[in-house]
Write a protein that binds this ligand. Structure first.
Ligand SMILES: Cc1cc2nc3c(=O)[nH]c(=O)nc-3n(C[C@H](O)[C@H](O)[C@H](O)COP(=O)(O)OP(=O)(O)OC[C@H]3O[C@@H](n4cnc5c(N)ncnc54)[C@H](O)[C@@H]3O)c2cc1C
Length: 236
């Protein structure tokens, strides 16, 4: 077991597996009239997907899905697990010894919260606040890791020893969700688009995960992603 605590401020979102394309979404929708849409040109396909998104015919989008390998702080995986249409298989701190990798924000991450619940704004923070953040976070992470090791060395079960590690420690998981659930996730976990119907205020690190997932959605289902953008980034 290593002693050296390391820090990350990024997340990993790697595409593990994908099923379905724009044509499949159309084929599932055309099932109702025993057609496939295979004879449609690209303009007709885009128009039909726009129709499905605009009229909120959501089920055809559920037939495409992706599996992502994600590395992120525990608190971010915790937020992902709130989305009930995700299937998550996570690294177990009960069955294996965790690794000493903790979250430490970069200097450009906003540090200070202002406003009220539901309408928080985040601001950069002063040099003193930055030093306090770095000192306290690194001191606590290193102390927590030493406590964890001391307990394991004393024969305490991993499932109990991990309690001291906090939510900044990195974990990993495979996360599977269908394209409809993906769009719902993106509507809640991305921000900064003034054309979006919903203004959400996600935490910065889950937004990094959402950005990674959105890039794969746009690459794999370009017409679906374009319709998501066109109709206000709301899941059909
Ligand atoms: C900015 C932000 C702040 C948040 N803060 C908090 C917080 O302080 N505390 C907290 O606990 N959570 C918080 N959450 C999580 C939030 O409450 C939701 O749990 C999470 O966003 C998942 O949303 P969802 O239920 O719409 O999505 P999913 O669970 O993915 O469900 C998708 C959709 O399926 C339908 N659905 C799913 N399950 C049911 C059901 N049982 N009954 C009826 N319809 C269902 C709904 O239409 C739902 O919108 C926050 C989320 C965001 C984006």
């Amino acid at each position: 077991m290593t002693d050296a605590v390391t820090y990350r401020s990024d997340v990993t979102v790697r595409l593990d597996d994908w099923m379905g394309d724009d044509a499949k979404v159309i084929r599932m929708a055309k099932a109702s009239i025993k057609r496939t849409g295979g004879d449609m040109d690209s303009a007709a396909r885009e128009g039909f997907i726009n129709f499905l998104a605009r009229e909120r015919h959501g089920v055809p989008f559920e037939h495409a899905y992706g599996t992502f390998y994600i590395e992120a702080p525990l608190r971010v995986l915790r937020q992902m697990a709130k989305h009930r249409h995700t299937s998550i298989s996570e690294w177990s701190g009960r069955y294996s010894v965790l690794e000493p990798v903790f979250f430490l924000a970069d200097r450009d991450r906003h540090l200070v919260q202002a406003g009220k619940p539901g309408a928080y704004r985040f601001q950069p923070g002063s040099a003193d606040q930055w030093l306090t953040y770095v000192w306290q976070t690194t001191a606590a992470s290193e102390y927590a890791w030493r406590s964890y090791q001391a307990m394991l060395n004393a024969g305490i079960a991993r499932e109990l020893a991990r309690d001291v590690l906090g939510v900044g420690i990195y974990t990993s998981a495979y996360v599977t969700l269908n394209a409809r659930a993906m769009m719902h996730f993106l509507s809640l976990r991305t921000s900064g688009r003034d054309y979006a119907t919903l203004t959400s205020h996600p935490q910065a690190e889950i937004e990094l995960v959402a950005d990674g997932i959105e890039a794969h959605l746009a690459a794999k289902l370009p017409a679906v992603h374009a319709a998501f953008e066109k109709y206000g980034r709301v899941a059909p």
